[in-house]
Ligand binder design. Sequence first.
Ligand SMILES: C[S@@+](CC[C@H](N)C(=O)[O-])C[C@H]1O[C@@H](n2cnc3c(N)ncnc32)[C@H](O)[C@@H]1O
Length: 285
Amino acid sequence: MAGKADEVTTGQKPEGTGRKPEGRGLPLDTSVPHIARVYDYWLGGKDNFAADRAVAEQVVATFPDVLVIARAQRAFLGRAVHYLATDAGIRQFLDVGTGLPAANNTHEVAQRAAPTARVVYVDNDPIVLTHARALLASRPEGATAYIDADARDTDTILAEAGKLLDFSQPVAVMLLGVLHCIPDEDGPAAIVARLLDAVPPGSYMAIVHPASDVATDKMEQAMGDYNKQAGSALTARSHAEVSRFFDGLDLVEPGVVQIHRWRPGTDGVGQGRELAAYGGLGRKP
Ligand SMILES: C[S@@+](CC[C@H](N)C(=O)[O-])C[C@H]1O[C@@H](n2cnc3c(N)ncnc32)[C@H](O)[C@@H]1O
């Protein structure tokens, strides 16, 4: 079903429309694990159910590094958004596959550096939708919006996001930990291409994606266990496959690398280890 921008906050209306968001994406079935809630559990969050916790623990048992990867992914988000808001001067963000609110959400990192930043969040998980208000707590100078939609529904995403973002100005498209939720047959590269077609030169795209060619055996087993139980299957991809999503973009140094090696900061998450997740940032020429 088509999604819809549920609430838009601006400096004038920090609490949004006051309307209680209603689910228009996936139905809520707490008996089936969903990646938003499983990832929340790995990050130490409370917004998960018994089925999410069971599969999350099973994955940790075969692949303990998943706990480091989840934290390294949030750290990557922080560094990439800070880079975009400072060095790259980006003031508009389209964050697809937002996840449950955690420390340092995209608008918090962006608006800390650039208070006027505008951020549109997109997710298809009904529990993420119920937490949308936390994602909408914009600084008064900036603005945020939440769209309850599937990443595959790019027409809806772009139409709704266009109510807050000015697509004649550069936008950072954030696809962190979401493209692996799109199987090859659903055309993840075409989704990327449609989103990038909509934004002007000088825009950026950031990706984090689980690796199929690092810790291969454990990753295969862990993903197989997850996929047997979850409603929708995950796909890990190789360095070459993840790099292809950036075709036509100029990669920001150091290119597509394991997430903790991308412009490492002082957080030190994962230092000295091989982590099965790639991250990168590209600029549309
Ligand atoms: C692993 S979390 C990543 C959260 C955040 N981007 C981060 O990096 O910390 C993946 C998120 O993508 C969302 N997601 C998965 N498949 C999706 C789809 N087809 N359309 C929209 N969102 C999706 C999930 O609901 C979840 O919130």
